[in-house]
Design a protein around this ligand. Structure first.
Ligand code: SF4
Ligand code: SF4
Length: 446
């Protein structure tokens, strides 16, 4: 990877550029026309049941039990079958029975809003649901993703024919969750929207109701998930981005080979998530010098990328703020008063009927836009930092003698354990590795 790291960087820029372009077209087409709600049928979405506090705490207790069991199955018993069974149970309970809510992924936004808005009282149960998977990840890696998160579980169930995503594309798309995390924090901090919940692809399925577009989106992700392992986890989930960072420093992360790695390569192709780091070859002194030069350039690019990101973030102030209801309404009212548009929307008519002064609305909208200016710069700087750190990590050459899980990307699914001959010996299926004729044909044991 090091010799082609420049090619990787160019490809990452191209992929991010293409993503920005397509999302700006999507955002532009969605945000520039003022929404018109006349004759709009509001889709019937069943809200999640408001539970009594006892139920909420019971769910927190069940989350602790599931996390402990998942960590035991991933680290101690190393059971692929056990993890798969637990994932199905979590899908049924936390997904279908609980309607996918409250979930740790969406709780990112509650915690953010609680920090920015003192009038927002965040329930302790939501804080617990947000924090518990993070704490377990610090000790055991992403065992929450392995078998507790219902969104991960539904994708795990359908991942029957996963193909390998080219490494450069995997690295490029792997940056999207960090950008999505930044956007989700920005919109939650301004009190505009909880976009993670709004665009959750599976919640409509879990509740068996809701917007048909979201059902189609969720169905498409599941269909894609048959061939590309966990597309939402790898290329969208903002909570997975946080878990990945924490997992890097996890204390007892699972190992592929239970004892000594015999370099048989059998685990390498078994991981559907591209999360196995292969042994590195020793390099010549001249290559080491070149590698150091690449690393120095990457390190120098970090502040440049951050500054560029801040400037771009400032330019995005206006488009980003158009999702805010007050900003949108104020723009519409100004256009109506100036005669630039005809008629009224339901929202502008409702506002005028309240008799509130327009000046107060415009003042609120200006305040919001200013806030978006600052937070947009922070978002831009964050994106620059994320891209810069990715370049640095691509330039770092770590000496590795065994096949190891890449801790940030490994979701502790235990597939690769099963493919390791050492695991068959550990389970007493064979006396020693030489007796194994063809483990490749044993398949996923789930
Ligand atoms: S990456 Fe996100 S969606 Fe996937 S299992 Fe982890 S928390 Fe759930
Ligand atoms: S446990 Fe193994 S197969 Fe599963 S994600 Fe981690 S490295 Fe990949």
């Amino acid at each position: 990877m090091n010799q082609s790291s420049s090619v990787y960087k160019i490809r990452i820029f191209l992929v991010l550029g293409a993503l920005c372009l397509s999302s700006s077209v999507a955002v532009g087409s969605e945000l520039i026309p003022v929404p018109e709600f006349t004759n709009h049928d509001v889709p019937i979405t069943l809200p999640s049941n408001p539970d009594s506090p006892i139920w909420e705490w019971l769910n927190v207790g069940l989350l602790v039990i599931a996390l402990s069991l998942a960590s035991y199955l991933a680290i101690v018993s190393r059971s692929r079958r056990g993890l798969f069974a637990l994932a199905v149970a979590s899908l049924l309970w936390f997904g279908f029975a609980r309607g996918g809510c409250v979930c740790a992924i969406g709780a990112v936004q509650n915690v953010t809003l609680g920090m920015f808005d003192s009038s927002y009282a965040i329930p302790w149960t939501v804080i617990a649901i947000f924090v518990l998977p993070l704490v377990y990840t610090l000790f055991f890696g992403r065992t929450f993703c392995a078998a507790v998160c219902p969104l991960g579980a539904i994708q795990e169930v359908v991942a029957v024919r996963p193909v390998r995503v080219p490494s450069w594309l995997d690295h490029s798309l792997g940056l999207v969750p960090y950008i999505y995390l930044g956007l989700a924090i920005l919109y939650a901090a301004t009190g505009t929207a909880f976009i993670i919940c709004r665009y959750d692809p599976f919640v409509a399925m879990f509740r068996m109701s809701g917007n048909v577009n979201m059902l189609i989106f969720g169905g498409s992700i599941l269909l894609l998930g048959v061939f590309i392992g966990r597309p939402y986890c790898r290329y969208l989930c903002p909570y997975g981005a946080i878990l990945g960072v924490l997992s890097k420093g996890s204390k007892w992360h699972g190992r592929i080979a239970p004892e000594t790695c015999i370099q048989c390569h059998l685990c390498e192709n078994s991981c559907p998530y591209g999360a196995i780091a292969t042994p590195t070859r020793p390099i010549h002194k001249s290559e080491r010098v070149k590698a150091r030069g690449r690393l120095a350039k990457s390190l120098l690019s970090v502040p440049v990328l951050i500054i560029c990101g801040v400037l771009v973030g400032l330019l995005l102030k206006t488009p980003l703020s158009k999702l805010d209801a007050d900003v949108r309404l104020a723009e519409r009212i100004i256009q109506e008063d100036a005669g630039e548009v005809e008629g009224m929307t339901d929202a502008s008519e409702a506002f005028r009927n309240t008799g509130q002064p327009t000046s107060a609305l415009i003042e609120r909208a200006i305040g919001q836009r200013e806030l978006f200016g600052w937070l947009g710069m922070a978002l831009g700087g964050w994106v620059g930092l994320v891209v810069g750190v990715k370049f640095v990590t691509l330039s770092i050459r770590r000496r590795r003698v065994d096949y190891e899980p890449d801790r940030a990307r490994c979701v502790s699914c235990a597939r690769c354990y099963w493919y390791c001959p050492g695991e068959h010996v550990r389970q007493g299926l064979v006396g020693d590795v030489s007796q194994l004729v063809s483990i490749e044909t044993t398949g996923d044991p789930r």
